[in-house]
Write a protein that binds this ligand. Structure first.
Ligand code: PBG
Length: 332
């Protein structure tokens, strides 16, 4: 009886506002905290340029030269970030994405540069996908009918994994949503003696309009869409299936992407995953806030921290965000 009375206590005895009353009280009871070590900076490096090139649709983000990338990596390490995710933008694209498997391709050079510079302070990661390297812009090689050939693409991914690991990357990030990609990459790495190179699997990746600005960032020539391999935004259940498969195939960490429009998926994956769960706050999420802030419509810094806190609260243990360095600064 007594217990019941306590449970049903109400106003004026109960006043939830007591716990919101001062900054010190709010700090004491905050359930979710952000830390620089769980932030990962995605960074683009472009072959053949001598000055960093601004990405119009992502104000504040650039395509780096090898030199400025090195400096950005040092800055990321000094900010206390957990990692950096590298994307290569090659000069030449072709049907099979040859530069992706060239040991001296731009991404492989960048991996070597960054690992040499800050490899003991930062986890260095690399995008393992063909869309930056193909002239048609798809994440794999094409079959005669123009569709993306899953199994032929897996052979390319296996080769990419090995050249990236040879360059010294700590975690490869297969992001093409081909069936079987994690298992094939794991096997290829192991056979090449890279059993210590890990896999951050893009596990639940949706065919999303939020990737729009990224196309400019990597100079992608994609026409059409990726709906035949990336997931339908209407579905959550298949994310759990993808999780099961990726973990069984050897994923060391799994990722949900985009983040903010998929917080329900993130929560479900976080509840079910036996391995760490990351989320990618993608280019369109960044662009949206920057554009609104540039118009004076929102408070930019509060918006950045609120979005990151929400992603963390929904269950992400690591967050890839273009604001990583700035956010780490705000957390000091
Ligand atoms: C594939 C890849 C994409 C992104 C990361 N890896 C593009 C896509 O799948 O269309 C998007 C990242 C972003 O939008 O910030 N290589």
């Amino acid at each position: 009886m007594r217990e019941k009375q306590q449970l049903s206590a109400e106003f004026p005895t109960v006043r939830p506002r007591r716990l919101r009353s001062t900054p010190a009280m709010r700090r004491l009871v905050a359930e979710t905290r952000l830390h620089p070590a769980e932030l990962i900076l995605p960074a683009f490096v472009r072959e053949g340029i001598t000055e960093p090139k601004p990405i119009t649709s992502m104000p504040g983000v650039v395509q780096h030269t090898r030199d400025t990338l090195r400096r950005a990596a040092v800055e990321a390490a000094e900010a206390g970030l957990g990692g950096i995710m590298l994307f290569g933008v090659p000069e030449v694209q072709d049907a099979v994405g040859s530069e992706g498997t060239n040991p001296d391709g731009i991404l492989q050079q960048a991996i070597r540069d960054v690992v040499a510079e800050v490899g003991d302070q930062l986890i260095v990661m690399s995008d393992l996908c063909l869309d930056e390297y193909t002239d048609h812009g798809h994440c794999g090689v094409l079959a005669a009918d123009g569709s993306v050939d899953n199994d032929a693409t897996l052979e390319r991914y296996a080769e990419m994994a090995v050249v990236q690991a040879d360059a010294g990357v700590h975690l490869v990030g297969p992001s093409g949503m081909m069936d079987g990609q994690i298992g094939v990459v794991r096997r290829a790495l192991d056979e090449a003696g890279h059993q210590d190179t890990g896999i951050l699997a893009y596990t639940a990746k949706y065919a999303s309009a939020f990737f729009g600005p990224f196309r400019e960032a990597v100079g992608s020539s994609l026409k059409g869409d990726r709906k035949a391999y990336q997931q339908d935004p209407a579905n959550a259940r298949e994310s759990l299936r993808e999780l099961e498969l990726d973990v069984a195939e050897g994923a060391d960490l799994v990722m949900v992407k985009p983040a903010m429009a998929y917080l329900d998926v993130l929560r479900q994956i976080a509840d079910a995953s036996p391995v760490p769960v990351s989320a990618y706050q993608v280019s369109g999420e960044y662009a949206m806030v920057e554009a609104a802030a540039a118009n004076g419509w929102v408070d930019r810094e509060r918006m950045i921290m609120e979005t990151l806190t929400s992603i963390r609260r929904a269950g992400a243990e690591q967050i890839l965000t273009y604001w990583a360095v700035e956010a780490a600064g705000m957390l000091r």
